[in-house]
Design a protein around this ligand. Structure first.
Ligand SMILES: *Cc1c(COP(=O)(O)O)cnc(C)c1O
Ligand SMILES: *[C@@H]1O[C@H](CO)[C@@H](O)[C@H](O)[C@H]1NC(C)=O
Ligand SMILES: *[C@@H]1O[C@H](CO)[C@@H](O)[C@H](O)[C@H]1NC(C)=O
Ligand SMILES: *[C@@H]1O[C@H](CO)[C@@H](O)[C@H](O)[C@H]1NC(C)=O
Ligand SMILES: *[C@@H]1O[C@H](CO)[C@@H](O)[C@H](O)[C@H]1NC(C)=O
Ligand SMILES: *[C@@H]1O[C@H](CO)[C@@H](O)[C@H](O)[C@H]1NC(C)=O
Ligand SMILES: *[C@@H]1O[C@H](CO)[C@@H](O)[C@H](O)[C@H]1NC(C)=O
Ligand SMILES: *[C@@H]1O[C@H](CO)[C@@H](O)[C@H](O)[C@H]1NC(C)=O
Ligand SMILES: CC(=O)NC1CO[C@H](CO)[C@@H](O)[C@@H]1O
Ligand SMILES: CC(=O)N[C@H]1CO[C@H](CO)[C@@H](O)[C@@H]1O
Length: 839
């Protein structure tokens, strides 16, 4: 940390800002400012106050309220231009929904000249550090028969100054060169001097005659840096405001240099953009200004007003973009230096950083660091595991390819063939497939904003150190030279001890009541007669090499309310979605979004008990009076709401105000209990063609993936031993088996197999019921939450990951496939489990 770095303007103290304006961050370390930065509280309060106190009408109308809107919007336009050191005389600005929309607008309106058989046409060139949105412009250009050429940064760096080419008659042929001022991926900043060089013809992305225009994608750059358009006169500059202010989202702009504005073509006109037109004839005179020509319909005028408050807040809180640039760069440089010096005891580096610069100056590098974490033999640790670990430490970072395939490919050395291969292997943008054949498909990105603090950077470094650099004794080894000694101490290690306190899975008295329940309609109505059952039993007989005695169901759990405590039973009816009432309910926030223990660990302290005879669910929690909820929807609860579970839409109904206020009181935030509608069918997604068996599609409750999750105690035992041997600093860590079992939130627990053997199974019968094994369950960070206390302990996830060669799988998913509806529809403790191995 360079103490001699230029002092920040008095009054700009990120640490104080965090208290006064970003209290909502609390302990969260937010490091995804390149994705979206955060707005300060007073921006929003002043904005809403403005809206409450003024009447803003549609700016297209003609009365006094409209005039107020119109004038305010125009004022904001000047403000935006002034922010970029320019004026309406030089630049026009068009409000768009964001950078992507601005890029599309340029692609459609640029005065392209199509190439013909005899004549050359326009060139569209873009830097290969290409953002997907820029690449999208290629499609539009293609449709207009425009030649497009990707140029690599290396080509641009090494391009010699061009001598003028003989051009007649093509001297006026318009070409467009696009490049980002700052790479969205690595934070690399490309020279702003390219603008002038390309425009003047001294630097040619492609050596053809014509007139070059430059589009500077400033979306990422301007979020932490000033941009002076009077010095760097790019022809087009798309920006997105949420990257600068954090609010409003869905609003951006295209700044257009007035030299090119008159050349732009408009193929579509909508309300508000026409000066006059006749419906029946092709007669259309557009309004004079670019903004009026290209802003179709009514702009998002209230959001435009929010921008004013965004500028106000930014200036008041930071003293201007120069300060922000200095501060964020200093943080990035410090973190980069510390991160790149981290190494394992054998000398191997802990991270591989993807960058084009040594973070020497803000001219070449923005406050973004992109990297992958390595193990001590140099193998990449998949980004989704890093992501899950980070969230345990309350650190928000970004993983994947950042919608910037070009940069990702270049830095990770992924060839086009590999991209195609990855696609075949099932990897799509945004999924969790982070490694294919040991090769990373993406990386981890951290980025800083004006309210990021030195403590944030340290918290991040401590996270890397704590998760990677443990000696067998468990002692984190800080090896970074921090200059100021002790900055990276080991004290960041989160208190790991989770203690067994009481049995929260006190199943109480309700596990015996199933005998009287009306089971009509509970069994899947699978009428298809089939011989499968017979063959299943036949196949099962004697197929267990090294059989270690009978496999017995030892415990059965259901989780009536998604993410809340388990309800243990000894015998329980099964429905067509799994154990009856398993995940039938869920807790949602004030906006109807499902809460899980990831956001709200205290959910595990809420204990539901189902009484099938009285047809009620009783919910208990410490310090609260028990409360009852009927098992079935009453007629008064006709109101159906749509909710989402893992991208599936489900129909649900609200269980009412009484339970809502009970939950809100316990969790300290407004929330509701909702239940899946009984007449709503949610089908499992078809994955690997496995969720279908003899024509049956699994129907699901509010679970994430599958009807049943089965685990074997011996697997847990193995993990238990791992956790025991890595005992921390001589401190006794008490992980009781029962505690561990509860973290995995399985439905069926059984004994008698070798550890993890269940993953080699294909089908399984339990008692007289038959199940298809759908595959392993990929665990997430929820297993770190002690189900008795709601406390987190990162160790469990890490140990599982280490012991299982980083595949954090545990347990298998099952789908019920009994074809005989006369079989008793119960699962019972003590039933024998008979697996059929995979071929
Ligand atoms: C974010 C970003 C975009 C896209 O912005 P949207 O708001 O998603 O349209 C384009 N280019 C760069 C460099 C960006 O950082
Ligand atoms: C403004 O327009 C609205 C809607 O057309 C109308 O109701 C209102 O009376 C007008 N106000 C003035 C001051 O003209
Ligand atoms: C980015 O440009 C390179 C240039 O060759 C191209 O190969 C790559 O496909 C582009 N990226 C995307 C996402 O299209
Ligand atoms: C918001 O309003 C308060 C009180 O009116 C004022 O002190 C503050 O400067 C305003 N903030 C901004 C960003 O304008
Ligand atoms: C319910 O099952 C649990 C676990 O098997 C057992 O400890 C408890 O005694 C059972 N309760 C009743 C009432 O059967
Ligand atoms: C179930 O348990 C309750 C409470 O212990 C008891 O009163 C009831 O008789 C039991 N029912 C059966 C069928 O065993
Ligand atoms: C793990 O540690 C606990 C507490 O020290 C101990 O009771 C238990 O026997 C140990 N288990 C194993 C498998 O070592
Ligand atoms: C599994 O549990 C059952 C019932 O508790 C017991 O009888 C059996 O011996 C156990 N099997 C093994 C291999 O531990
Ligand atoms: C742009 C960025 O910061 N990284 C990105 C790159 O941009 C795409 C488009 O917004 C984003 O989805 C992603 O967050
Ligand atoms: C709890 C329990 O019985 N677990 C068993 C799971 O399987 C292993 C291997 O056979 C046994 O050793 C465990 O006892």
């Amino acid at each position: 940390w360079d103490a001699s770095a230029p002092r920040l303007t008095p009054g700009y103290s990120p640490r104080e800002l965090r208290e006064s304006e970003f209290g909502r961050l609390a302990e969260t370390v937010y490091l995804d400012h390149a994705g979206a930065t955060l707005f300060p509280q007073s921006q929003l309060t002043n904005f809403t106050k403005d809206l409450m106190e003024n009447v803003y009408g549609n700016p297209h109308s003609q009365n006094i309220t409209s005039k107020l809107t119109h004038d305010t919007v125009e004022q904001v336009r000047y403000r935006v231009l002034a922010h970029f050191h320019t004026m309406p005389e030089d630049y026009s600005m068009v409000f768009t929904s964001g950078s992507t929309a601005a890029l599309k607008l340029v692609a459609e309106a640029f005065p392209w000249v199509s190439r013909g058989p005899e004549k050359s046409g326009s060139q569209f060139c873009y830097l290969t550090d290409n953002h997907t949105s820029v690449v999208g412009m290629r499609k539009v250009a293609e449709a207009m028969h425009v030649t497009y050429t990707p140029v690599s940064p290396e080509d641009m760096w090494s391009a010699e100054e061009q001598s003028a080419v003989a051009c007649d008659p093509d001297c006026q042929l318009p070409h467009l060169f696009c490049y980002p001022a700052q790479s969205n991926f690595s934070g690399t900043r490309y020279p702003l001097s390219w603008i002038e060089e390309v425009k003047s013809g001294r630097l040619r992305p492609v050596n053809v005659p014509g007139k070059w225009f430059v589009l500077l994608d400033a979306a990422s750059y301007v979020s932490t840096s000033p941009l002076d358009l009077s010095a760097h006169q790019a022809d087009f500059v798309p920006i997105s405001f949420y990257k600068i202010f954090g609010f409003p989202t869905g609003l951006g702009a295209l700044l257009v240099n007035n030299r090119v504005a008159p050349l732009l073509r408009k193929s579509y006109f909508g309300g508000g953009t026409a000066a006059a037109y006749l419906v029946g004839e092709d007669f259309y005179i557009s309004r004079p200004s670019v903004a009026e020509r290209f802003e179709d319909g009514t702009i998002s005028y209230l959001d435009v007003i929010a921008l004013k408050h965004g500028f106000d807040a930014l200036e008041r809180l930071t003293g201007g973009m120069e300060n922000i640039a200095r501060h964020t760069f200093a943080l990035a440089r410090y973190t980069h230096a510390a991160l790149s010096s981290l190494c394992y005891p054998n000398g191997a580096p802990v991270v591989r950083i993807y960058s084009d610069s040594e973070f020497s100056s803000p001219d070449v590098q923005g406050p973004i660091i992109n990297f992958n974490v390595l193990d001590d033999s140099g193998n990449v640790i998949g980004y989704s595991e890093v992501d899950k670990m980070a969230s345990l430490y309350n650190i928000h970072l970004r993983t994947g390819c950042f919608c910037n395939t070009g940069a990702c490919q270049r830095h990770l050395g992924i060839s086009n063939e590999m991209v195609k291969k990855h696609l075949e292997a099932g990897h799509v943008c945004g999924d969790n497939v982070d490694l294919i054949d040991g090769q990373p498909t993406g990386s981890v990105r951290i980025s800083f904003g004006y309210m990021s603090t030195f403590e944030d950077a340290q918290a991040f470094l401590r996270f890397i150190i704590a998760t990677r650099l443990r000696l067998p004794g468990g002692q984190p080894v800080p090896q970074a030279s921090t200059g100021e000694g002790g900055a990276l101490s080991a004290e960041g290690k989160v208190d790991c001890v989770s203690r067994w306190e009481s049995t929260c899975m006190d199943s109480s008295v309700w596990n015996n009541s199933s005998s009287t329940v009306n089971t009509v309609g509970l069994c899947p109505a699978l009428s298809k007669a089939s011989s499968t059952q017979q063959t299943l039993s036949e196949k099962a007989a004697g197929i267990l090499p090294g059989d270690r005695g009978p496999h017995i169901v030892t415990n059965l759990y259901l989780y009536p309310i998604k993410s809340c405590a388990a309800f243990e039973v000894t015998r329980w009816p099964i429905g067509n979605q799994g154990l009856l009432y398993d995940r039938s309910w869920m807790v949602v926030n004030h906006n109807g979004i499902c809460l899980s223990q990831k956001q709200e660990p205290r959910l595990c302290l809420i204990q539901p008990f189902i009484n099938l005879q009285q047809r009620i669910m009783v919910i208990k929690a410490k310090g609260m009076e028990p409360i009852e909820v009927p098992l079935e929807e009453g007629s008064e609860q006709a109101q159906i709401c749509q909710s989402k579970v893992c991208t599936d839409r489900v129909n649900t109904y609200d269980c009412g105000e009484k339970i809502s206020s009970w939950l809100s009181k316990f969790l300290g935030r407004p929330c509701h209990l909702i239940k899946q509608s009984s007449n709503f069918q949610r089908n499992a997604k078809k994955k690997h063609g496995k969720d279908q068996f003899a024509g049956i599609t699994a129907t699901l409750s509010l679970v994430n993936e599958a009807q049943y999750l089965l685990i074997n105690t011996s697997s847990i035992l193995e993990l238990h031993q791992h956790l025991n041997t890595s005992d921390e600093n001589g401190k006794e860590e008490l992980f009781l088996m029962k505690d561990l079992i509860s973290r995995f939130r399985a439905n069926i627990i059984m004994n008698g197999t070798r550890p993890f053997e269940e993953e080699t199974w294909d089908e399984v019968s339990i008692g007289s019921l038959h199940f298809q094994v759908l595959g392993p369950c990929h665990r997430c960070q929820m297993i770190c939450i002690n189900q008795q206390t709601g406390q987190r302990n990162q160790d469990v996830f890490q140990k599982l990951s280490e012991s299982r060669a980083r595949k954090v799988n545990f347990g298998v998913y099952l789908m019920h496939t009994s074809l005989d509806s006369s079989s008793p529809c119960f699962l019972s403790v003590g039933s024998q489990v008979v697996p059929v191995l995979k071929e």
